[in-house]
Design a binder for this molecule. Structure first.
Ligand code: SF4
Length: 426
């Protein structure tokens, strides 16, 4: 099966999934409308009975209430009819989309009609199979893409993901399609130098660099909500990063000005090893939320199967520049205080802030005080700062040397070789 056919099938899968979710939403709306009609019918019954039994002086009010109840009932009944019709239309569209996908898959894969994917499970199986085939052919995928966006936090996984995409894009002769995107979550929440490093990493390959920024940064968002985000509600990622990236998809598609649907490949440096929830993801996936008739968006994780050690090895092998925060053995660059970080990592981050003269611990603990919500369920940032103070008194300020991250993961020899190569490249 050629690449164009695969992409065509993926778009049919997207359409089928989207039709199904529209159908489910229409079904829910019809159900709600029926409930509202039931409530309106009960109110109307009560009003009718009130009119029958109302003493003379209250009759006018009872009649008026009944007239209101009658008209509410009529409106609710009309809603049931309208939402029912919408649901039937959505159901037919969903059936049609499934049938079309089934036919196309049967045609291309020579399946019998009995095995056509008319159910979500079967569609998902086809989707996963097609996407894993595509993930195994990165250069072809890049050639087919209208644009590739590499989301860069400037962290270690991002820089390796970028380097891999660049190598494949060069081999495919499509480097000009690559755009590096950095989501600015607020200078007061990020380690100093993060944005500049992301820019330098893009400059190294002569790539376009775009900074996206939500109107309100991380701390503003917390202040407004009166709550910190948590692992289950990662509003910081969705509001400050994903939603802003989606706006950029629209802009890029406008710039491309294509007559046909654009294929946007959105690359993220996340790895299966990082957490159980990330392990459940796939190397390549359709971004159903961001895709539409104008663009098919695929999310690509070019370092998905790499371990932390592999990442450091690629950094050494390709002499990639990394942020000095890693040398203090803080494992992720991310926000200075990430809601997903462990207690020990946060303590180390506080101590690093003190060495760098950053006000961030105070800014965060003041905010925690003000909103009366603990940074994490299990502990507050005030407790983190208290532990950092205790360690500081016992051990003095933390120290580190350039290359310590590599020493830690790959040993002294690798660190020395890396630093020498970095000096030569400077
Ligand atoms: S680094 Fe952590 S706190 Fe910052 S945006 Fe990402 S998940 Fe949220």
């Amino acid at each position: 099966m050629d690449l164009t056919t695969r992409l065509h099938l993926l778009d049919l899968i997207r359409l089928s999934a989207s039709a199904e979710s529209t159908c489910r939403a229409a079904e829910r709306a019809e159900h709600r409308a029926r409930l509202h009609r039931k409530e309106a019918a009960a109110t109307r019954r009560r009003c009718r009975s009130a009119v029958r039994t109302a003493p003379g002086r209250e009759l006018d009010d009872a009649v008026k209430a009944l007239a209101d109840a009658e008209s509410t009932y009529e409106a609710r009944a009309a809603q049931v009819v309208a939402t029912g019709a919408r649901w039937r239309r959505a159901f037919t569209a969903s059936e049609r989309a499934d049938a079309r996908l089934g036919e196309e898959l049967a045609r291309t894969r020579k399946l019998t009609s009995a095995s056509q994917p008319r159910r979500k499970g079967a569609r998902l199986t086809a989707e996963i199979a097609l996407l894993s085939e595509l993930a195994a052919m990165p250069e072809e995928l890049i050639r087919a893409a209208s644009a590739l966006l590499v989301q860069s936090s400037a962290g270690k996984d991002s820089v390796v993901a970028l380097d891999r995409v660049v190598r494949w894009a060069k081999a495919a002769g499509c480097l000009d399609k690559v755009v590096v995107v950095h989501a600015d979550i607020g200078q007061d929440a990020e380690w100093p130098g993060v944005r500049d490093l992301a820019r330098q990493q893009a400059d190294r390959y002569g790539l376009r660099f775009v900074v996206v920024k939500a109107p309100v940064g991380f701390l503003g968002m917390v202040e407004k909500r009166g709550m910190w985000p948590d692992a289950q509600n990662r509003l910081c990622t969705s509001t400050l990063k994903r939603d802003e990236a989606a706006k950029l998809f629209t802009q890029i598609v406008d710039e491309l000005g294509l007559d046909e649907q654009a294929l946007i490949v959105n690359c993220l440096g996340i790895r299966a090893d990082e957490s159980p929830s990330r392990r459940k993801k796939h190397e390549l996936a359709i971004d159903h939320r961001a895709s539409n008739g104008r663009r098919l968006v695929l999310t690509w994780h070019p370092v998905f199967h790499l371990s932390e050690q592999d990442i450091w090895q690629e950094i050494v092998d390709n002499t990639l520049d990394y942020h000095p925060v890693y040398d203090t053995l803080i494992p992720r660059l991310s926000c200075i205080f990430c809601i997903l970080a462990s207690f020990d990592v946060l303590v180390r981050a506080v101590r690093l802030c003190w060495v760098l003269g950053l006000e961030t611990p105070k800014t965060y603990t003041d905010l925690e005080d003000r909103i009366g919500h603990r940074f994490k369920n299990k502990f507050s940032l005030a407790e983190v700062v208290a532990e950092a103070s205790r360690l500081e008194a016992a051990e003095g300020p933390i120290t580190w040397r350039r290359g310590d991250a590599i020493r830690h993961h790959l040993g002294e020899e690798a660190a020395t070789a890396y630093l020498q190569r970095l000096a030569l490249a400077a």
